[in-house]
Each structure stands twice: as C-alpha cells, then as structure tokens.
Design a binder for this molecule. Structure first.
Ligand SMILES: *Cc1c(COP(=O)(O)O)cnc(C)c1O
Length: 413
C-alpha cells in the first residue's frame, strides 16, 4: 500500500495505525447506476440512496459520483446525513443550484427541523407533529415553502400514514402554505419475493392513496416506491409498469429508490418464477483490504486462538491479520475443526480463517499459498470474497456486512 493514496485530509501522520482500508471504485458505482437507470427505463427516475454513510462506502465519495452519473435525488436517513451530503457535493465543486435534491427518509425530531430547512433537504413526513415542526422552522427561517414527501404506510407498519388518517394529513397540508406536497411514496416489505401477496396488497393500497391525494386537489411532482429488489424483480412483477401508471394518473414523475444495487449487491430473489433482471450486471464497488503482520509455522496438535476451537491436524503456515470483529470482520466467520468459517484472499487465493476471529486479530491458513510475507495485501471483501459470502457464513445480509465495515480510510480508485 503506497502512503500517497492514504494521505487524506492531511492526516499522513496516522499512516502507521492503518489496520485496514476500503477502496471504492467510482467507475463501478457510476456503471451500476447506469445499469439501474437503463433497467428502470427513461420515465422512471432512480434515487441514489447514500444513507448509513453509503452503506459503509463513504457518502462523501459516493454522493458526488452519483450526482455526476445523473442522479436527481440522493436519499439519506436524517438531517445530519443530509447536511453532510450537501457539504460533500459542494466540496466536489457542485454549487447548490447544480446539486441533486436530498431526501431525509427516516423520520425526524424537533431538533432536525431547522437543519432540514437550512440545508434545503426534502423530508419524508407522515404525521402532523412532523409537519407542524417543519412549518414553524420555515417561518423562523423566513422561507416561503418547503417541499415535503408524504409516506403512505401501505402495509409495512414501520412508518407512514395509514389510509384512514390520510384525510386529516391532506387537510392540514391544504390549509398550510409553509409546506408543499412535492411527492407521495411508500416502501415495500417484501420486494425481493416474486409474486408476493404482501407486495400486491401494498401496491393496491398505495394506488388508492395516490388517488385520494389527487381527489383532495393536491398535485405532487413525484410518486415513488420500491428499492433495488423492485428493479431486480421486475421481470416477474411488472411493478415498474404499475408505478408508472400510478404516477401518470396524477401527472407525476415516477421514481424508484436504489441503495444496495448501486454498491453491486442484490438480495437473492425468492418465490416461484423469480428471475433477477439486473443482479448479474452489477459489480461490487467496495474492496476492503488489510495487510499480513506476521507469518508463522505451526505443528500438528497446536491449538489456534481462543478456546482452541481449531487444532492443527498437520503442520501449517498461518498468517496473522490486524483486523477482527471490532473492525466489522464478523465473529461468525470463526472456524472449528468441525465447521469451516469464512475466508480472505491472499495473493489471489483463498485463505481460510482459522479458529476464532478476535477483537483486533484474525489468523488465516496460508499453507498452500507460496511466498506469503509480512506486508502482503489481503482482501477481506472484494474479488474472491464478497459481502454475500460473509453474509452467508454469518447468517445475515450483505447490507449488514457492508455497513459494519469500520475502516477509517476510504480511497477512491
Ligand atoms: C434504504 C431504503 C431504500 C433502498 O433500499 P435497497 O434495498 O438498499 O435498494 C429505499 N427506500 C427506503 C425508504 C429506504 O429506507
């Protein structure tokens, strides 16, 4: 690893403490965005979701890349992430007039209202408490009107307004000029399940809610629903067609909100007839690397790591890595003699994790890999060992693996 590439923000003095780092392929990110927009079709916009620090990829790197790739919207969780996204876009040379719109998707508390207005974020709202806080902030900041997007709870039961409470919310919006209804949206709970009855019901309720918005005399510019799996699952579902119809019914533009697929991953589709529309064409954006810090030979009978869960059956060569579960290398990747765990890539070959992953250290088997030396680069996530591979062994989803990577250094490659 050259020190030049890691000399970020004038922090070169910290170079000695870099245990692991993340390389982000801006080219792959832009390509994945292109794959999604082509699959969605010209009349369905694709939001670039960069919440949770762009799923661990670094929102300050990814936001501007997606903006240059044509994203009209970036999606974040909250006002803090939204303000950071604005700052990153500005730092990348885009003034406010040329920046994408930024949507806060995961609710708000009172303290967030001023920041939302000040940073020109577009909040997802669904109740009067949120709308009153925002209206007060609009008045305080001397703004004329703040565009908001209304979330419908169509059946996920997490956030959003239920159809029964819709009249009250729409009535409030009609009576208050501080907020303008710019969009209506919903979120599907089972988008990766082909032929899902839950999604069918959610779509129906959403269609009815959008109609109710129209009947109330409101004219949103945007109607959006669905995530990466909605695009990937579309061959079976035709859900993008229905989204287009619902949007066209109120003269709005349709949008789908993609996160995980931008970073090169998809949920495995489930259900009869499922066929992935885009998954094969996406490439992982993140490579997580570390370096070998020691190599040693052990003899048959030597026990490796905490609690001797692995005992060598023959002589082996082991490499020591300066990463562990505190860095996001999941402890479920540990091995025992009875059960293989995860692996990493050393010199382009698989090196199995041996014994327990500990907090800051992990041991891997390099017996069959010639010439391994201290300082060699090791791929923890990347070509040959994907976040899906980690997720399978750890019993989770790629999202959690990617978000869980705790490496301070992120380098654009
Ligand atoms: C995170 C999120 C998405 C993106 O989901 P992916 O499965 O990563 O594509 C879309 N919409 C909402 C509301 C979200 O919170």
């Amino acid at each position: 690893m050259g020190s030049r590439g890691l000399c970020l923000q004038g922090k070169c003095s910290r170079i000695e403490s870099v245990k692991s780092w993340v390389e982000i392929s801006e080219e792959r990110l832009a390509e994945n965005y292109g794959v999604l927009t082509r699959a969605a079709g010209a009349d369905v916009a694709v939001m670039g979701v960069v919440k949770a620090d762009a799923y661990g990829h670094g929102a300050a790197l990814c936001g501007p890349v997606l903006a240059r790739a044509g994203a009209e919207w970036l999606g974040v969780a909250d006002a803090v992430e939204g303000a950071a996204a604005r700052a990153a876009l500005l730092a990348a040379g885009m003034d406010r007039a040329h920046q994408p719109r930024v949507m806060t998707m995961s609710g708000m508390l009172g303290d967030d209202a001023d920041a939302i207005v000040e940073h020109d974020l577009t909040p997802v709202v669904w109740n009067l408490r949120q709308m009153e806080l925002l209206a007060a902030a609009v008045k305080r900041c001397g703004r004329t009107a703040l565009p908001v997007h209304l979330e419908m709870d169509s059946g996920m039961t997490r956030q959003g307004v239920c159809i029964e409470d819709l009249p009250e919310v729409l009535g409030w919006l009609a009576a208050h000029k501080e907020l303008v209804l710019d969009g209506v949206m919903t979120h599907f709970a089972s988008a990766e399940v082909a032929g899902s009855e839950q999604t069918r019901v959610q779509r129906e309720r959403f269609g009815a809610a959008v109609q109710a918005v129209r009947d109330a005399g409101l004219r949103p510019e945007w109607v959006h629903a669905g995530a990466s799996s909605t695009v990937d699952n579309d061959i079976a579902e035709g859900s993008l067609c229905r989204l287009r119809e619902v949007a066209a019914g109120v003269g709005a533009r349709a949008m789908v909100r993609a996160g995980i697929a931008l970073y090169g991953y998809c949920l495995p589709l489930e259900g009869a007839g499922a066929r992935a529309a885009v998954c094969e064409r996406l490439r992982p954006v993140m490579t997580w690397k570390t370096r070998v810090i020691d190599v040693r030979e052990i003899a048959a009978g030597d026990a490796v790591g905490y609690n001797a869960t692995f005992v060598a059956k023959q002589a082996m060569r082991l490499a020591l890595l300066p990463v562990g579960y505190s860095d996001g290398l999941r402890r479920e990747l540990s091995s025992t003699n009875a059960r293989a765990g995860g692996w990493v890539m050393v010199r382009g070959e698989r090196a199995a994790i041996v014994g327990r992953v500990s907090m800051n250290l992990t041991v891997v088997d390099v017996t069959g890999i010639a010439g391994v030396q201290v300082g060699d680069e090791v791929v923890l996530v990347g070509d040959g060992v994907t976040a899906d591979d980690h997720a399978r062994v750890a019993g989770t989803i790629s999202y959690e693996i990617l978000c869980g990577v705790r490496a301070d250094w992120r380098v654009a490659v």
